[in-house]
Design a protein around this ligand. Structure first.
Ligand SMILES: Cc1cc2nc3c(=O)[nH]c(=O)nc-3n(C[C@H](O)[C@H](O)[C@H](O)COP(=O)(O)OP(=O)(O)OC[C@H]3O[C@@H](n4cnc5c(N)ncnc54)[C@H](O)[C@@H]3O)c2cc1C
Length: 390
């Protein structure tokens, strides 16, 4: 491969970490690598928070501070500025999950609009993000996607979901802040996809402001992309897509088995990797129509993207291609890419400690279940500790 193995430079990767932060990260990933420990830790933490035991301080100084920027957006500013000084932008992610009532949905929309306004004033934050189920009930998306008739009450409820999407996307257009919309469970995703397509038609006439997400562990997504590409060409609007492998694999497989339908997930990891890389290639070949945000911690896919960009004559800092990793993970990819002039943004989650626990638990579980990921982090940290003689 013509591209040098730039991710091996741990000095660049961990340039923002003090020696003690390096030690903390090492300790944390070491703990996370033990599945039983994560299970016990998760149960104990949930119990302690529910019982109002004073554990917030402990969570904050360990796992929270490693994976989150703070409890509110102002709290995140020092993290954001430090990363921006090294060429890495931020996507502030209000990571409160699992809320189910209208007041919470309105509050999440309000918060997202504030973040769009905030992003508009900060060069370090060119992009905002939200989750569909942050703005409406999963069951409502599911019912809509299945084409089932709504009651009058549900019809009103759905109209409010549409209005929340529209408020944020419209503001993004006004403020020139790109809006990434996350993808979630496949059984709610059809309705979300249709709604995001409507937003793209409305706000992506000249430039892509609204981005949907393709989860490439789903074997049907490249076909979906080709179909929506044709529709966008016919109707004359731009597409924006974040591509990821997908975070709900076990849940997807379990549900498919339980309900007796064909699993939407690729049959193995290699098939997911091929699907991801093929989609990456398809989009890079059609950049005039489709802009790309590559959300991955996978080194080979990142090298492939760099290689293809070079091959197709796409500039490293072309605004139609962004790389993204989660805060607290894969700094070797983020900071080395930025150091070489690529567009990079970290998702920086924030929110009250108690409310971001589902997010943190998912990260811990992901790092436990994804073979390789934790070892990769540990090896890099070890190399850097050795280099610094810590
Ligand atoms: C910036 C950013 C935004 C994100 N947004 C979203 C989002 O909107 N929605 C979402 O769902 N996730 C999202 N994610 C999470 C993302 O899906 C996971 O981080 C990702 O799955 C980890 O994969 P990876 O590309 O880093 O590579 P790897 O670590 O190489 O791949 C691991 C992934 O491969 C897949 N996989 C593993 N084993 C198998 C198998 N046996 N069969 C089939 N597939 C397998 C799974 O998806 C698994 O998570 C986001 C991640 C980032 C960095």
């Amino acid at each position: 491969m013509a591209t040098d193995r730039i991710f091996e430079n741990t000095e660049i990767a961990f340039q923002l970490k003090s020696d003690s932060e390096l030690e903390r990260a090492y300790f944390l990933f070491k703990m996370i690598s033990h599945q039983p420990l994560v299970r016990i830790g998760t149960a104990a933490t949930n119990f302690a928070l529910k019982a109002h035991l004073p554990v917030e301080g402990l969570i904050r100084s360990t796992v929270f501070d490693h994976f989150c920027g703070g409890i509110n957006e102002k709290d995140c500013l020092s993290v954001v500025e430090n990363m921006f000084n090294k060429g890495v932008s931020s996507v502030l992610d209000f990571s409160v999950e699992g809320k189910e009532d209208e007041k919470e949905f309105d509050a999440a929309m309000q918060k997202t609009c504030e973040l769009v306004e905030f992003a508009h004033t900060q060069d370090s934050m060119p992009i905002a993000v939200f989750k569909p189920t942050g703005f409406g009930r999963l069951r409502l998306f599911e019912k809509k996607g299945n084409g089932l008739a709504f009651t009058a009450q549900e019809e009103n409820e759905w109209n409010r979901v549409v209005a929340r999407f529209d408020n944020v996307c419209k503001l993004g257009k006004e403020k020139d802040v790109e809006i990434l919309i996350d993808a979630e469970e496949s059984w709610m995703q059809d309705a979300a996809d249709d709604l995001v397509e409507e937003m793209m038609l409305r706000y992506n006439k000249d430039v892509p402001i609204v981005y949907n997400t393709l989860q490439l562990y789903r074997w049907d997504r490249l076909d979906y992309l080709k179909q929506i590409h044709k529709r966008a060409q016919d109707k004359g609007y731009k597409l924006g897509f974040k591509i990821v492998r997908g975070a709900y694999m076990e849940k997807e497989r379990d549900r498919a088995e339980e309900k007796g339908y064909v699993s939407p997930i690729c049959e193995n990891k290699a098939a997911t990797d091929d699907n991801f890389n093929e989609t990456l290639k398809y989009i890079l070949q059609h950049l005039d129509d489709i802009s790309l945000f590559i959300g991955t911690h996978n080194e080979e896919s990142s090298y492939l993207a760099m290689e293809l960009m070079k091959q197709y004559g796409v500039l490293k800092n072309d605004n139609r291609v962004w790389f993204g990793q989660l805060y607290g993970m894969s700094d070797h990819i983020s900071f080395n890419l930025a150091n070489h002039g690529y567009n990079v943004a970290k998702y920086v989650p924030f929110g009250p400690v108690k409310d971001v626990m589902p997010y943190l638990i998912r990260r811990a579980e992901e790092n436990t279940s994804v073979a390789g990921q934790t070892n990769r982090e540990l090896n890099l940290l070890k190399t850097e500790k050795k280099r610094r003689k810590v």
